[in-house]
Design a protein around this ligand. Structure first.
Ligand code: IVH
Length: 680
């Protein structure tokens, strides 16, 4: 196929234009987080450039964006001598130590006080990138600080590392330093893939990033999702700003990705506020940090303070309590999930991780336990990733005594003693006893939760009591509790006020929209998003329960595994009985009208809300969207059509901006509704 240009001169011009266009979009996307075009449009630019370069190979330049494709594997990496050593940092583990550092720096620097730049201390690996005449010529690891490995080819595959720089202010030759890291979600995904292939897993995102950059085969590096934050000017031939803060801005203008969370602080108290903000806030970040780096802003102070050994006096790492700790794995036990899954969990010798005491941790499934070779009695590394339950990362093999016992998965249900099976192709074992009380309990707690039928007041304790007294066996029974009010009142610590409140909330829940009910049914693999799709497509439980496997699979976004699970759920005798109870009680099971709404003016439009609205509640707004045939969703994805932004918007706004999704103010949203005849 031709490339659309008659001669090499025209083609050269076009290629140059495309390269600078692509470079600009890379900058907007990776550095500023403000893309102007869609992924598809970006791909189209790349396709055109590739076509030209294929037709005229002599036009390919080493820094063309097409050259991010990985080169040939190498036997060993070359050695790079760092012109200026890469230093490491001294640590401060509390405010006292931070203050001691600051005071000493003031004395030695002969100043009263100084401004500081506070940055995240990213948990990755540091690299040094050399640019000549605006082009990336070398990328190296830190190594021992004096000598590192030449990993240029691998680093070129990281899209946020610019291959050539922007602007007229670029020094002839200089080096920048930064941290290459693997985002948390990419790390989780990578480990899942490695586990599925039976390969060795990475302990943490840092090891995964280091392992990926130091791959002999650049194709492997290219397949890993890596990113960079540039945090320092290494050395520079040519003039540059004399304040670190200004250097970071200057580097960003040239095209480097600078952490948007960097702040300039004037006092130690401001630094402390940052520490307090991020010690908990770190769990919401897409990457791991183990502290803050505090740097004097003025480079004159750097020069005056110098370094002791490998540690500069003008910077310090202000660490957080570690999220990882080692402890003994005392036992592996199991709980039974809502759909009968047998979930192994670790019983640990209590240990402090990230500031809290941890006694239990998840172990996911038996394949992961096997592939990590975790044995009972092992010393294990425990990792706390935030709100979620801590995880056992792996054993400390060197501390084994020989007394450790390998894990044996259970052959009968730990809750009811029933039969346990492991379906082919699945990582979990399941209890298949339909009347397993542990499953019923989980189903009930799932059914009443906020995102499902939202029955306030029915906590786990009450569900346990109701089950013990034989008042409920499944979610359907909840709607007949009214008839058993006396027995409800006979429960220990249950008074008439509470009982009536619970009964009222149960009544209220009958009106929940169809998608909530579908989610509440607890069908395996059906989360709120899938439930919304099913509600939108079928409009009622009747239609959904009669749908064929093909009809369900045809819905975009629903894979064969989900379709099979939904289809089978409605074929199950016990489930049908529960549905019948719900129907008789008058629970909303959708109707044809909601199906009709599909052809409404917001047909197929996906709308997400963030922040609070003044004129209505979030669920009222979502209901209106549904009435007009649109889909109201909770998370922003590339498929979102509009984000409605209320007061105090959350992180969804940044996400939408990243994907270039249009936003509507509350007023604009109301206008949209009014235009479609809704009175608001
Ligand atoms: S500055 C002299 N800034 O932490 C300055 N380092 O223990 C040394 N790191 O090897 C580096 N985030 O790999 C700096 N914002 C940041 C950093 C950072 C992570 C790493 C870097 C370095 C280690 C120092």
């Amino acid at each position: 196929m031709g490339c659309g240009y008659d001669n090499v001169y025209q083609a050269r011009l076009a290629a140059e234009e495309l390269r600078s266009e692509i470079n600009r979009h890379d900058y907007l996307y990776y550095v500023l987080n403000q893309p102007e075009i869609s992924d598809a449009e970006y791909d189209e630019l790349m396709r055109k450039l590739r076509a030209i370069e294929e037709h005229y190979p002599e036009l390919v330049t080493p820094e063309s964006p097409t050259q991010r494709v990985p080169g040939q594997p190498v036997e060993t990496f070359g050695v790079v001598e760092h012109r200026v050593p890469l230093l490491s940092l001294a640590n401060a583990f509390n405010f006292e130590e931070l203050r001691a550092w600051y005071r000493r720096a003031c004395v030695l620097g002969e100043v009263e006080g100084f401004d500081m730049v506070v940055e995240h201390k990213i948990d990755g690996l540091s690299v040094a990138l050399v640019y000549e005449d605006g082009r990336l010529v070398q990328g190296a690891t830190r190594g021992d600080g004096l000598r590192g490995e030449n990993v240029t080819e691998n680093l070129k595959t990281i899209r946020s590392i610019p291959l050539f720089l922007r602007g007229n202010d670029v020094p002839p030759r200089f080096e920048v330093r930064g941290e290459v890291y693997m985002p948390k979600d990419a790390f989780e995904k990578l480990n899942e893939e490695l586990a599925a292939r039976g390969q060795k897993l990475f302990m943490n995102p840092r090891n995964a990033a280091a392992g990926s950059v130091r791959q002999k085969d650049p194709r492997v590096t290219a397949s890993r999702k890596l990113d960079i934050f540039v945090y320092q000017l290494g050395w520079c031939d040519g003039p540059h700003p004399r304040k670190h803060w200004d250097i970071l801005q200057w580097l960003q203008e040239m095209g480097f990705r600078i952490n948007p969370n960097n702040v300039l602080c004037h006092t130690l108290e401001e630094v402390q506020q940052q520490w307090e903000r991020w010690v908990e806030g770190r769990y919401q970040l897409p990457y791991e940090i183990d502290g803050l780096v505090v740097k004097a802003n003025d480079l004159d102070i750097w020069d005056r303070l110098g370094a002791v050994g490998r540690e500069p006096r003008w910077a310090i790492a202000y660490k957080f309590p570690p999220v990882e700790a080692t402890t003994r794995l005392l036992d592996i036990r199991h709980n039974v999930g809502r759909t009968g899954t047998i979930n192994p969990y670790a019983v640990l010798e209590p240990v402090k991780v990230g500031g809290v005491i941890v006694k239990q941790a998840t172990l996911h499934n038996e394949d992961i336990i096997k592939s990590r070779d975790i044995r009972i009695g092992d010393w294990v590394v425990v990792h706390r990733a935030g709100e979620v339950i801590p995880q056992v990362v792996g054993p400390v093999v060197g501390r084994r005594t020989g007394e450790e016992r390998p894990y044996e998965p259970p052959t009968s249900c730990p809750a009811c003693g029933g039969e346990v099976v492991r379906p082919p192709g699945e990582a979990m074992r399941y209890c298949i006893n339909p009347s397993c009380p542990a499953q019923a309990f989980r189903w009930l707690t799932h059914f009443v939760q906020r995102a499902a039928m939202d029955i306030d007041g029915l906590g786990e304790k009450w569900i346990e009591a109701l089950m013990r007294e034989g008042l409920v066996e499944d979610p359907g029974d909840l709607y007949y509790l009214r008839e058993k009010r006396d027995r409800l009142l006979s429960l220990e610590r249950m008074g008439p006020t509470l009982a009536d409140k619970i009964l009222r909330n149960i009544e209220e829940s009958k009106k929940r929209p169809l998608d909530r009910l579908i989610f509440a049914l607890g069908i395996r693999h059906v989360g709120s998003e899938v439930a919304e799709l099913l509600a939108y497509e079928f409009g009622s439980i009747d239609r959904l329960s009669q749908a064929s496997l093909e009809e369900i699979s045809r819905i975009p976004g629903i894979g064969p595994k989900i379709a099979e699970s939904v289809y089978q759920w409605f074929r199950n005798e016990r489930n049908r009985k529960v549905l019948e109870k719900l129907r008789r009680a008058g629970v909303n099971m959708g109707d044809a009208a909601s199906k009709e709404a599909k052809d409404g003016p917001l047909k197929s439009k996906v709308i997400v809300f963030t922040g609070s609205l003044k004129s209505m509640t979030r669920s009222q707004a979502q209901e209106l969207v549904r009435r007009l045939g649109g889909m109201a969703k909770d998370t922003v994805t590339r498929n979102t059509d509009y984000l409605v932004v209320g007061e105090d918007p959350g992180s969804k706004l940044a996400q939408a901006q990243r994907y270039g999704i249009p936003t509507l103010s509350e007023e604009e949203f109301l206008d949209l509704l009014r235009r479609h005849g809704v009175e608001v």
